[in-house]
Design a protein around this ligand. Structure first.
Ligand SMILES: [Zn+2]
Ligand SMILES: [Zn+2]
Length: 72
């Protein structure tokens, strides 16, 4: 009984933490140590834009998922 309860709470905490940062330009998973950037949309300020190191260096444009603003 007790172990079942513990398992279910563990599952909830894992699913909540599993929000991997995805690059807004190339939609690839950003590696933790690759020095990607994360900032709010300069137009609406509501959506978080993420860019991986490669897209930052290449200047790949991003599109805001909230207002459709194209950057950089
Ligand atoms: Zn990228
Ligand atoms: Zn926006």
């Amino acid at each position: 009984m007790a172990s079942k309860y513990m398992l279910s709470t563990l599952n909830i905490s894992i699913s909540e933490a599993a929000t991997p940062p995805i690059c807004s330009s190339c939609h690839r998973l950003m590696e933790p140590g690759e020095h990607g950037v994360e900032f709010l949309c300069p137009n609406c300020g509501k959506a978080v834009i993420r860019r991986c190191k490669r897209c930052r260096q290449l200047g790949v444009p991003y599109v805001c998922p909230n207002c459709g603003f194209r950057g950089p």
